[in-house]
Design a protein around this ligand. Structure first.
Ligand SMILES: [Mn+2]
Length: 337
């Protein structure tokens, strides 16, 4: 039977795809954010409620954002780097907040997966060899997982509720972007269970000096072209600094769009923020113009561009593409500071 969102039958499909199992690998995208971490924790709880004795949460890349590190530490999230997992030891593999073959998930191409839970624009082939639950209208993958927990009548302890609340909160920018009724409903339910003190500690974490270095670079290099902001961070020690600095610069009052770039592992990573609803489209256009990959949601998007020439030549080309795509060809370039 379907609920008013038309999704109730998905829980049964998920259960059939992953059960029975004694050991399940729950994989997030590389450089995990609160949404995928919370989704993974929720799935882990659901699996143990169903009797799975061992599940492991894993990710490629690593974690730069202080809030995300605090989330893992304070909520005791047991997460291990993908390179340390032995993939053949798992009966089943579940992907959360990502889709196989998208370049942001560390998974050997020949490995069979069993379930995908995502809210990005991904269209599985009709004969997809795995279960999928992709709800593009949801602001957070965590909302899908929270719905599973509620439907399955799985108890949600306060720490998990804190993770789920924070996951929905982070991906919706505090209920500002891409919010569906179901996101709000789950957000409210978790609010009543969560630990406020822990949430506050996660949101106000101790920071490493690298954060301030990045902040200094981001503001020092920031320029505006009318209502479009741009900054380049140079080499970064973790790609999630790029999205973090994009968020900060984007709070400048006059900006409609913000683009932030940084170099990591010989690729130029970019993040785009939009106060209208065009970030994902702009990321696709920028990637197409520069020969890279890009995409995302209405107000937040990202991508990677290959670095095949000298970086200054690439950045000059990028500026031309930004001017073209955002329709600011003749706008004066002004320094932020
Ligand atoms: Mn997400």
């Amino acid at each position: 039977m379907r609920d008013k969102y038309g999704y109730n039958h998905k829980l049964r499909g998920f259960r059939e795809a992953v059960m029975p199992a004694s050991s399940v690998l729950i994989l997030t995208h590389d450089y995990p954010d609160p949404d995928c971490l919370a989704s993974a924790c929720g799935i882990s709880e659901l699996l143990s409620f169903w009797g799975v004795t061992s599940s492991v949460i894993s990710f490629g890349g690593f974690i730069g954002r202080a809030e995300n590190r605090a989330m893992i530490r304070l909520l005791n999230i047991n997460i291990i780097p993908f390179v340390l997992t032995e993939i053949t030891e798992f009966d089943k593999i579940v992907l959360v907040d990502c889709y196989p073959g998208q370049g942001n998930v560390s998974l050997p191409p020949d490995i069979a997966i069993h379930a995908v839970i995502d809210h990005h624009h991904n269209v599985p082939p009709p004969d997809a060899p795995f279960f999928y639950d992709i709800r593009e209208n949801y602001g957070a993958a965590t909302t899908i997982v929270t719905s599973y927990l509620i439907e399955a009548k799985c108890p949600v302890p306060p720490k998990l509720a804190t993770a789920l609340f924070y996951g929905i909160n982070a991906d919706t920018g505090g209920m500002r972007r891409n919010v569906s009724d179901r996101d709000i409903e789950c957000y409210r339910l978790m609010f009543d269970i969560m630990d406020y003190r822990l949430l506050s500690e996660i949101q106000n974490p101790d920071r490493e000096v690298e954060f301030f270095r990045m902040l200094n670079r981001a503001t020092g290099a920031a320029v505006t072209y009318d209502n479009v902001g741009y900054t380049h961070l140079g080499n970064v020690t973790a790609p999630d600094y790029i999205s973090e600095m994009a968020d900060l610069i984007h709070s400048l009052e006059k900006l409609e769009w913000t683009v932030c770039t940084g170099i990591f592992k010989n690729q130029l990573y970019f993040s785009i923020r939009s106060k209208s609803n065009s970030a994902g489209v702009m990321a696709q256009r920028l990637a197409a113009a520069m020969g890279g990959n890009g995409g995302g949601r209405l107000r937040a998007a990202a991508g990677q561009l290959p670095i095949k020439t000298e970086i200054n030549i690439l950045l000059a080309k990028l500026e031309l593409s930004i001017r073209e795509i955002f329709n600011i060809k003749d706008a004066p370039k002004e320094s932020l500071l």
